[in-house]
Design a protein around this ligand. Structure first.
Ligand code: SF4
Ligand code: SF4
Length: 439
């Protein structure tokens, strides 16, 4: 009898994954951009404070933006060169940020080496190193990692959970990382184990990545590590940390709470890899793996790209388009952001760039709600999207918030199943924004 795969409880969807465009393509270095546009706001929390001026020379990996407090993150130069200007830009999310524009010049002479004796470092030193090198959550949320790893008195970490789910269609960056950098990912996990001292370490990977599961299991056995790899049923949004914890440890994070409230800390595979580089190679977070893919792209790729590389450069490096793109999206198709400008830079949270076809991007005719309840059944967070949407439409934000609007993770499941094509997620985003504004 086949083993029943674990998954989360209510709701969720199973969209076509479109991963075959890029899941067999090895990671390769993207070209160094002639000009890197490095935002000072690439993370949740306060923007980094600019430490450079136009005309300054910067080295690769040099600190150019300093976190003003704990709820922020340092920013480093991703290429060597000269600061051309500091300007305001729009990020993929539509938010504005100041950005340091560096013109590529000179040599690569980054400090750091591959021989750091991290096993001699205590948890405080490791945490400081992670803070100094600007590590944030690489799954898209960009939550400053040191805060996640700062545990509370009386709140021991039972579980350290590594998120290797990558449930968004099209994206294959984490898949390739688990496959090609297996040893380094596991070293990153061992570094975090030293900080958190968890009772159990689990890696959750969806069953549609059997080669990654096998590679991890083989390396774990080879190194005799105390890490369990758990194959999960393929289902969206299993990569959300609340759903992942439900699937892996059967516990529910309370509304408004954190995983630590149920004894868990969750980090993405990309984050533990960045921790490996930060600690074992003394390398700040200046590049990341980005899947660049889609049905109208000539040669999809998984790039290791410098932070600040304009999205348009990566699309060109893929050979451009084979058809007319209907939409360019940063992130996955469920939670990503449509881009109006190819000059938008890759940031720490950019997991993918998608070139969708016209058919996939076509606006569909919206019709009135038929009260079918499909959106309610699909919401993994137990919300009633149709009711929330009606309140938001009527500008009754307080009502929507008291019905759980702030628990909405903007996963897109409700909009995906709605037969009336009501823009439910866009409504939730607007409602949350207005609700916050009105306090
Ligand atoms: S977008 Fe929000 S309301 Fe819709 S299914 Fe996801 S969490 Fe529920
Ligand atoms: S899925 Fe769409 S049509 Fe059905 S109840 Fe929800 S909003 Fe209305």
């Amino acid at each position: 009898m086949a083993l029943k795969l674990r998954t989360f409880g209510r709701g969720g969807v199973h969209p076509h994954d479109f991963k075959s465009f890029s899941n067999d393509i090895p990671i390769r270095n993207a070209a160094i951009p002639p000009e890197a546009v490095i935002p000072l706001q690439q993370h949740m929390g306060a923007p980094a404070e600019c430490l450079v001026e136009p005309g300054d020379e910067v080295r690769e990996g040099m600190l150019i933006g300093k976190a003003p407090g704990v709820f922020s993150a340092n920013v480093h130069a991703s290429i060597p060169g000269k600061v051309k200007e500091i300007r305001d830009i729009y990020l993929a999310t539509g938010m504005r940020s100041k950005a340091v524009v560096v013109e590529f010049e000179g040599e690569f002479e980054r400090g750091g080496n591959g021989d750091v004796q991290w096993r001699d470092m205590d948890s405080k030193e490791l945490l400081e190193t992670i803070r100094d090198r600007g590590i944030v959550g690489m799954g898209g949320a960009t939550f400053p990692t040191p805060i996640k790893f700062t545990t509370r008195e009386g709140n021991p970490v039972e579980y350290f959970v590594i998120n290797g789910v990558e449930c968004e269609p099209f994206l294959t960056a984490d898949h390739r990382l688990m496959l090609e950098k297996t040893e380094q990912v596991l070293t990153g996990i061992e570094i975090v184990r030293r900080i958190l001292s968890p009772r159990l370490v689990l890696i959750g990977v969806e069953e549609n990545k059997p080669d990654a599961i096998e590679a991890l299991q083989e390396q774990i056995a080879l190194e005799n590590l105390d890490i369990e790899v758990v194959a999960l049923k393929t289902r969206y949004p299993q990569g959300d940390e609340k759903q992942l914890l439900k699937a892996l440890i059967g516990r529910e994070v309370p509304s408004g709470g954190l995983p630590l409230d149920i004894g868990a800390v969750v980090s993405n595979v990309g984050t533990v890899y960045a921790i490996y580089e930060a600690v074992a190679l003394a390398k700040p977070l200046i590049e990341r793996i980005v899947t660049v893919t889609g049905p109208v792209l000539k040669n999809p790729a998984n790039f290791k790209a410098r932070i600040g590389t304009p999205v348009g450069n990566l699309l060109e490096e893929c050979g451009g388009f084979s058809g007319v793109p209907g939409k360019i999206v940063a992130g996955g198709p469920m939670m990503g952001f449509a881009l109006a400008d190819p000059g938008v830079p890759v940031v720490k949270g950019t997991s993918g760039i998608l070139a969708l076809s016209e058919r996939q991007s076509r606006a569909v005719l919206q019709t009135p709600c038929i009260g079918c309840g499909r959106c309610i059944a699909a919401c993994p967070f137990g919300l009633s999207p149709t009711i929330l949407y009606k309140w938001i439409e009527h500008r009754e934000y307080a009502e929507a918030m008291s019905a759980g609007l702030m628990d909405c993770k903007e996963c897109g499941c409700c909009g995906y199943v709605c037969p009336a094509r009501i823009p439910l997620v866009q409504g939730m985003k607007l409602g949350k924004l207005m609700g916050r504004k009105k306090g």
